[in-house]
Design a protein. Structure first.
Length: 374
């Protein structure tokens, strides 16, 4: 049986003047807190989003690959607000979602350990969260998962529970206009990865397939122009990110994200860039290990009009386009047992179409990050 969790109330292309005034949780008299990072704040995007809204506090200390501790600190900053507004990329939105959910669970650690079908001690205590993405990448504004780094364990963990689902999402393509080409490319490849993995996931369904295909087709076509700053292409990428996020939230992901979380947790690598390096190698490994994966990859390539169905080759060619420079990632000619175990135990591996073995993970890492032969 498949289940499908719908997205939160979504406002697309809101009015430039006072965009939050149309969002239900941000009512007159509500005490509003903002979660963001320093770069987004310096770019003036927080001011743009909150124009006309009185803001009580701004927490702007979210780092790339945010930690459990960061989410807890954000929760402290939001302790006295009625509604939180996350303005930023996936790191900011994941931090805000976990921070807003903390009052329902008592601690961020309790969110991690509470099964999705178990009601937390105080479910009504969660703070409503409004997600306003400034990148076209994670699609985390659509669902109830967040990814946080566990520094003690040296890995990234996926935290998922219905309470983390945002109260609303605000999609404004103009907020992505100032994103530099390098970040546009990295976050855009995250969209492609979400779409591909959601389509071949063992939990894919007729409800998620159209979303994954639409996201993949749009991102494959629009990303190069979005990197060059084309306004229409950036608009398409934001929509593709949303569709891919909704697909993955309901279908799950796969080995790219499982390995990426292990590598990112160990080496603090950029998530989108790590996914970009891994995706072609994982596609090849899954094709070797699963007939279902071969059929699904071929179907996705056909729907996207790729000649000969050469999905992995097209992805590699896209990787070669500047400014996506995977050479900045650490060299991993050897992969230790702990990293392999973290990857295989990651929740995203449970919906990968092929049952990968430790040797497969090592080979994928050698190809993606080392000097291994295909």
């Amino acid at each position: 049986m498949h289940t499908f969790t719908p997205p939160p109330a979504t406002y697309y292309d809101p009015p430039v003047s006072a965009p939050l005034s149309v969002v239900d949780p941000v009512s007159d008299g509500a005490t509003v807190g903002v979660v963001t990072d320093q770069g987004v704040r310096d770019a003036g995007l927080v001011t743009t989003v909150t124009d006309g809204t009185e803001v009580a506090t701004v927490y702007d200390d979210v780092e790339s690959n945010p930690s459990l501790e960061t989410a807890a600190a954000a929760a402290d900053a939001l302790a006295d607000v009625d509604v939180a507004v996350a303005v930023g990329g996936g790191s900011v939105m994941d931090t805000a979602k976990a921070a807003c959910a903390r009052p329902a669970f008592g601690s961020v650690a309790a969110i991690r350990s509470t099964p999705a079908d178990e009601t937390p001690p105080a479910p009504d205590a969660a703070t409503p969260c409004v997600c306003v993405p400034t990148t076209a990448g994670t699609g985390t504004e659509t669902g109830h998962w967040a990814v946080l780094s566990d520094h003690d364990a040296g890995e990234k963990v996926s935290v998922g529970h219905p309470v983390l689902k945002p109260a609303a999402a605000v999609l404004d393509p103009g907020l992505t206009a100032s994103l530099p080409p390098g970040l546009t490319a990295m976050t855009g490849f995250d969209v492609i990865t979400h779409a591909v993995e959601a389509f071949v996931s063992t939990d894919a369904s007729p409800l998620t397939d159209p979303l994954a295909v639409a996201a993949f087709e749009a991102a494959l076509d629009a990303l190069p122009n979005a990197v060059d700053g084309d306004e229409r292409a950036r608009d398409r990428m934001l929509t593709a990110s949303y569709n891919a996020g909704l697909a993955m939230n309901n279908a799950g992901l796969g080995a790219v994200h499982a390995i990426s979380h292990a590598v990112g947790g160990r080496y603090d690598t950029p998530h989108g860039l790590t996914n970009a390096a891994l995706l072609p190698a994982v596609v090849d490994a899954n094709r070797r290990g699963s007939e279902r994966a071969r059929r699904r990859y071929a179907a996705l390539a056909e729907r996207a009009g790729l000649p000969g169905g050469e999905l992995s080759d097209r992805l590699r060619r896209l990787l070669e386009r500047p400014p996506l420079d995977t050479s900045t990632l650490p060299r991993l000619d050897g992969v230790d047992d702990d990293l392999v175990a973290w990857a295989l135990d990651n929740v995203n591996m449970t919906t990968n179409p092929a049952a990968l073995q430790p040797a497969d993970v090592r080979r994928i890492c050698r190809i993606a990050f080392g000097r291994g032969d295909r």
